[in-house]
Design a protein around this ligand. Structure first.
Ligand code: CO
Length: 134
């Protein structure tokens, strides 16, 4: 079951400059940065009252985020909702005809389990579901 909005992710072409913008210019608290090798992505998370802002940047010059930046030059990348049972939600959504980007959850930031819903199944918006590690 979906329990809440977890974070909004912004793909950024200059990771350090974007971190400085959100931390120094906007005054948000930088919780930390993490490389997510499985997604070829660097992440930075900022605490805000209701959810998080996630900055994502290619980890090694390749991967899906690089493809997004090449095409779009940065911008809003995906919405992420927290779930308390990712496998049940995947099965439920698949049964409703949603296209998922992976057959099984993958490991995301914070060691969470994540899966993405294809934008073609959601009006052009990439949606991530995340289940926190216990
Ligand atoms: Co995310």
């Amino acid at each position: 079951m979906i329990t809440r909005l977890d974070h909004i992710a912004v793909a950024v072409p200059d990771f350090a400059a974007a971190i400085a913008r959100f931390r120094d210019d906007l005054g948000l608290e930088l919780e930390g940065t993490e490389d997510v090798a499985a997604a070829q992505t660097q992440t930075a998370f900022f605490a805000v009252a209701a959810a998080h802002i996630e900055l994502i940047h290619p980890l090694d010059g390749g991967g899906p985020v690089q493809g997004f930046l090449d095409k779009r030059g940065g911008g809003l990348h995906h919405l992420c909702f927290e779930t308390d049972d990712i496998l049940a939600d995947m099965a439920r959504l698949k049964a409703k005809g949603y296209r998922l980007l992976s057959e099984a959850p993958t490991v995301g930031a914070h060691g969470s389990l994540v899966v993405f819903i294809h934008p073609k199944s959601a009006d052009g918006v990439l949606i991530e579901l995340t289940q926190r590690s216990a």
